[in-house]
Design a protein around this ligand. Structure first.
Ligand SMILES: C[S@@+](CC[C@H](N)C(=O)[O-])C[C@H]1O[C@@H](n2cnc3c(N)ncnc32)[C@H](O)[C@@H]1O
Length: 427
């Protein structure tokens, strides 16, 4: 909990690194205070209080204004960059200049974005999982622009798709989004949905199909092109790694087909030998069956179980896996009765596995687990939880599936090195 700062204290700070969440981290004070606080700043004890600086990069000397404080850290607003990083670039997006909070890293060049994300994962594993030497490496990025084929928008009173101002409820109407695929941008420009609160929009780059799903569903006076599949039952067909996947509007799909391809290729690269020899694969948090349908080599006699909590995604997965005889189980992972597996792929939502689902993973006895994480801190917590069950982190590959934002994706391989505690057996 941060309290708002009553006085407008300004500081000049050197930024040490970026943290999970995307902000720069500095410590106060480095130099005398500047600006309207006036006078020299109080000397902090060595390694003074942490100050988070949104929009600042490692190595930069910045002027900030404190906007809130907790006991051992403060939040700030970037006022000026005195010594910019060589990685700093001018954000090209017009909506960003109008306050759109959709992209918080447009000021960082594309190559550096992935390097920073690798450092964020290393730091999370060092601090939270106590793994200072975890083998973490960069695995690749999707195209820096035009990559999103699924997006969710808020709607203003006029029904124009909009994004939120940074950390605010205020809306910024969009007239083009540079990270959206051009077909998605084109569709968004044609939608007018007065009376609705939010809309999910999806296009297939492969087939040109389009879908939208707005909430609440029963509103009148909408402008939607005739070819667009609407509502909960709307769907598009994505093509990934040579496989066609039906994706309904409520079902999760990666940021675009490029992200899905890169994830599948990365899981294959970290678990290739075990996948080739597997007789049973378990795909936890399986969504529409992305991994279950693409990971096993053609002609493999292996069986697959998909565990997924969303009924819409399960319905898609049953269609997408019909020719594989896969078992699609509609259940939360935590309540699923574990079955033996050679390889487990687990791709949980932002909060990660948590202790209960980590125990379920371990109960499969799988010698190899590929954990797909979209939050570096939950990855680190999960690494610690899996270690309790005998799983050792072998490699973590960091991907940039969300260029221009701080969002991180990592594929991490764990190997079972000893019998889980308390069971005396690996099953
Ligand atoms: C990050 S998505 C991954 C989906 C899929 N692996 C993919 O790549 O397309 C997480 C999925 O987990 C599902 N989910 C979230 N919490 C769950 C839980 N506790 N048990 C089972 N599924 C869950 C969501 O509905 C979503 O489909």
């Amino acid at each position: 909990v941060t309290r708002p700062h009553r006085t407008r204290t300004r500081l000049r700070l050197r930024v040490e690194r970026v943290v999970a969440g995307g902000d720069g981290l500095a410590r106060e004070p480095l130099d005398p205070a500047v600006g309207d606080a006036g006078g020299p700043a109080r000397r902090a004890p060595s390694g003074g209080r942490v100050v988070f600086v949104p929009g600042a990069l490692p190595g930069e000397l910045v002027d900030v204004e404190l906007v809130g404080a907790a006991r051992d850290f403060a939040r700030s607003r970037l006022v000026g960059v005195v010594e910019p990083s060589p990685a700093r670039v001018t954000p090209p997006c017009e909506a960003l200049h109008r306050g759109c909070g959709g992209c918080d890293w447009q000021h960082v060049d594309a190559r550096t974005q992935l390097e920073l994300k690798v450092e964020v994962v290393r730091e999370a594993l060092r601090r939270t999982a106590r793994l200072p030497d975890a083998p973490v490496r960069a695995g690749g990025s999707v195209a820096p622009w035009d990559y999103r084929t699924s997006m969710r928008f808020a709607l203003g009173a006029d029904g124009v798709p909009s994004l939120h101002r940074h950390r605010s409820d205020d809306l910024v109407p969009l007239a083009g989004c540079p990270i959206a695929h051009p077909s998605l941008d084109d569709l968004v420009g044609q939608l007018r949905l007065p009376g609705a609160d939010e809309v999910s929009v999806r296009v297939s780059a492969a087939t040109g199909e389009r879908s939208t799903w707005w909430r609440p569903e029963h509103v009148a006076g909408l402008v939607v092109p005739g070819d667009v599949r609407t509502g909960r039952g709307g769907w598009v067909t994505e093509h990934v790694a040579g496989v066609a996947l039906r994706v309904s509007s409520p079902s999760f799909f990666q940021s675009g087909p490029g992200a899905a391809e890169l994830l599948v290729a990365t899981v294959r690269s970290v678990c290739g030998d075990e996948l080739a020899g597997a007789t049973h694969l378990v795909d936890l948090y399986g969504g529409v069956g992305l991994f279950a349908s693409t990971l096993l080599p053609a002609g493999s006699g292996a069986t697959v179980t998909v565990v997924e909590g969303s009924p819409d995604a399960c319905a898609d997965a049953r269609v997408n896996l019909a020719d594989r005889g896969a078992d699609v189980v509609e259940s939360s992972v935590e309540r699923w009765a574990p079955e033996r597996a050679d390889v487990v792929v687990a791709d949980p939502a932002r909060q990660g596995l948590g202790r209960d689902a980590a125990a379920v993973v371990a109960a499969t006895g799988a010698p190899v687990v590929a954990l797909v994480s979209c939050d570096p801190v939950s990855l680190a917590r999960d690494a610690a939880a899996l270690r309790e069950h005998g799983y050792v982190l072998s490699t973590s590959v960091v991907l940039d599936l969300f260029p221009q934002t701080h969002h991180v994706e990592a594929v991490t391989r764990f190997d079972l090195e000893r019998a889980p505690r308390g069971t005396g057996t690996t099953g």
